[in-house]
Design a protein around this ligand. Structure first.
Ligand SMILES: [Zn+2]
Length: 302
């Protein structure tokens, strides 16, 4: 695949809605890291402004992003150490995809990180491709998969039209500098009747509305756009995509991590759980679905 000249990427500095192009925008509140949040009055998309430069974006996803003690603010506590849970989650997600698209074929995972989802996809019989902005994550991809893994922005790489059967983007689109262009490109790269699967935090979900600025989806620094069912529908409307299914998805995590994460919402509740849950159960894996990560299965019509 050839790399595209970076000048193809748009200038992201202006205060214009990425989805509908409206400049009818107003500021809603200021977050911890001095990122200003804005809402488009035309389509309801929420986004930070000013947006990051490509250089700033790339600098976020270093090794420390994947292992740090401040993961409620940015990144992961221990992404690689959590591999068994990520693989379990991936296997569940692949199974769901193959129920809708049993033909298999070529899959592209945008924001593939260390390629754990692609390991599961390969085991399920798919021909796997991935792209990720992180130098570190791509260097950690399993050797036998690396041939088709590209380091950089999705928009920086060109693939032939109608090349892929399935494109997945797990927790990716909210990190992108240009979600609209990503969707248009995914449409072009998918075969007829191909499947696009997007998963992103839903800012209209009940947990988001209850937790307000404590909501996990409001991760400072890394989340640039905040979607809802309504704005996802809006972003795909200019191309011939149709939503065939949407649901909230969860993931497998250790009980220990679950208790730690509860501290954000209630230190009291977290302490109660710590007290009552036997130590032997702390490393048990549980499936947690707070119903705030929206997963949308989208079919290319023609
Ligand atoms: Zn808009």
């Amino acid at each position: 695949m050839k790399k595209i000249n970076k000048n193809c990427l748009k200038n992201h500095s202006s205060l214009i809605c990425n989805i509908c192009g409206s400049n009818n925008i107003y500021r809603i509140y200021i977050r911890k890291q001095n990122n200003n949040l804005y809402r488009c009055l035309n389509c309801n998309l929420i986004f930070i402004h000013p947006q990051l430069s490509i250089k700033e974006l790339k600098s976020i996803y270093s090794k420390i992003y994947f292992k740090n003690n401040d993961s409620q603010v940015c990144g992961y506590q221990n992404y690689i150490g959590d591999k068994s849970n990520i693989i379990k989650t991936s296997e569940k997600r692949i199974k769901d995809i193959l129920k809708i698209y049993p033909n298999k074929g070529k899959i592209l995972d945008i924001g593939c990180a260390t390629g754990f989802f692609l390991e599961s996809a390969k085991r399920a019989g798919l021909d796997v491709y991935g792209v990720d902005i992180s130098n570190y994550a791509v260097s950690m991809v399993r050797k036998d998969l690396r041939k088709n893994i590209y380091q950089g922005l999705f928009l920086e790489y060109d693939f032939p039209d109608e090349y892929f059967d399935i494109i997945t983007a797990w927790d990716y689109i909210e990190h992108s500098l240009d979600p609209k262009q990503d969707i248009q490109k995914a449409y072009r790269l998918l075969k007829k009747s191909g499947l696009l699967v997007l998963a992103t935090p839903d800012i209209d979900s009940l947990p988001a509305r209850i937790m307000k600025d404590k909501w996990m989806g409001f991760k400072d620094i890394e989340h640039l756009f905040f979607f809802s069912k309504r704005t996802i529908k809006k972003i795909i409307q200019d191309v011939d995509f149709c939503i065939i299914k949407q649901k909230y998805i969860g993931k497998y995590i250790d009980v220990r991590f679950f208790i730690k994460r509860m501290e954000i919402y209630s230190i009291f509740l977290s302490k109660i759980l710590k007290f009552f849950i036997p130590k032997v159960l702390l490393s048990t894996s549980i499936y947690v679905n707070p119903r705030d990560i929206l997963c949308v299965y989208i079919r290319k019509k023609k």
